[in-house]
Ligand binder design. Structure first.
Ligand code: COA
Length: 329
């Protein structure tokens, strides 16, 4: 018997108020608006206030998604948070978020798959509902990546931003397709290309790790770029083929927002015209796990996602990991 269909019931986002432009970054870094925008497509990003952690942004997005679904926090059966900028190594950011939205007693856990985390969290949430272990699942991508950034490293500091997006999943009505399926993968040969070296059991926090600036995100941008341009189109093609769809069926492609050149390369390989691709990285930069849900929210608000639209989402990031999700909106 086929698993019951699961659909996206509602969505919501929250981004910090503070806008930091490329020109503002150029005041403290040896960079320029011209370099950043031509190499990445990013013009500005949102940066959280000092007191704001991932669960604060995530809770604000979650409340909007719950309101949109007409649900209270007690009606949730599960909360999953994807993040690479957790409030703390433990407890789970999902536990903090549950407290902030008043979801007392609701099970909550985190998914860690770097920038691909949101797609993995979506796959997990869908699996819980399809297996009959939950009816309503809140899936959140929440990031304060700005805390993980070495603000003296121009090669990474200009690329990231903060934000959060949330979806509520639930059973689809009879005849509705909902979330169609996933392509997930990981290349462990690339673990060293993008990482935050210290603060875990391999390299615990010590005065030396702080002095050595080992608590900041480190990236081999060129190699990650090569990986991303290869994997985005390949994963998108795999998920389409797996469920018997063609690129021409896709109404909107929502890729992870890391670099416009990665998105353009994928679009060329897939043969997708610009009007069927959603981008907003010019305004937010790379918000890691939050990028895809923020795009979905903005696309729906702009009328570019309507009931019945076929949406293809593809994420990638450290791991090196990737994931695509095909869904009927
Ligand atoms: N401003 C000005 N110059 C900069 C700079 C900045 N912010 N950052 C790097 N540079 C310099 C470099 O030092 C290098 O100088 P050099 O040639 O004298 O050594 C030069 O610009 C070119 O660097 P390069 O790395 O070749 O640039 P690029 O065209 O590959 O673009 C990235 C760099 C980081 C934008 C690009 O590699 C990228 O987007 N990679 C993927 C990153 C990503 O998506 N990560 C997240 C995955 S979820």
């Amino acid at each position: 018997m086929a698993a019951p269909a699961v659909k996206i019931l509602s969505w919501g986002t929250h981004v910090p108020e503070r806008v930091v432009t490329n020109d503002e970054l150029s005041l403290s870094l040896d960079t320029s608006d011209e370099w950043i925008s031509s190499r990445s497509g990013i013009r500005e990003r949102r940066i959280a206030d000092d007191g704001e952690a991932a669960s604060d942004l995530g809770a604000a997005a979650a409340k909007k998604a719950l309101d949109a679904a007409g649900l209270g926090p007690a009606q949730l059966d599960l909360i999953i948070v994807a993040s690479l900028s957790h409030d703390a190594p433990f407890p789970a950011t999902a536990s903090y978020l549950a407290g902030r939205i008043g979801a007392d007693g609701v099970p909550a856990f985190d998914v860690s798959a770097a920038c691909t985390g949101f797609i993995y969290a979506l796959a997990a949430g869908r699996a819980f509902v399809a297996a009959g272990q939950a009816t309503r699942v809140l899936v959140v991508g929440a990031e304060v990546v700005s805390r993980m950034i070495d603000w003296s490293d121009r090669s990474t500091a200009v690329l990231f931003g903060d934000g959060a997006g949330a979806l509520v999943l639930g059973p689809a009505a009879a005849g509705e397709e909902g979330i169609i399926g996933f392509d997930l993968g990981n290349e462990p040969s690339g673990t060293e290309l993008l990482k935050l070296p210290a603060g875990g059991s391999r390299l615990p926090a010590r005065p030396e790790t702080v002095a050595g600036r080992q608590h900041y995100l480190k990236m081999n941008g060129r190699e990650v770029f090569r990986f991303a341009t290869r994997v985005v189109a390949a994963s998108a093609q795999r998920v389409l083929a797996k469920y018997d769809y063609d690129v021409s069926d896709v109404d909107l492609f929502v890729p992870h927002q890391a670099n416009i050149r990665i998105i353009d390369a994928a679009a060329r390989k897939l043969g997708l015209p610009p009007e069927r691709i959603f981008t907003n990285l010019d305004r937010y930069g790379n918000t890691s796990c939050a990028s895809i849900p923020i795009c979905l929210d903005e696309a729906a608000a702009a009328g570019r996602l309507e009931r019945g639209s076929l949406v293809l989402m593809t994420g990638f990031g450290a791991g090196l990991s990737w994931g695509s999700c095909l869904a009927r909106w």
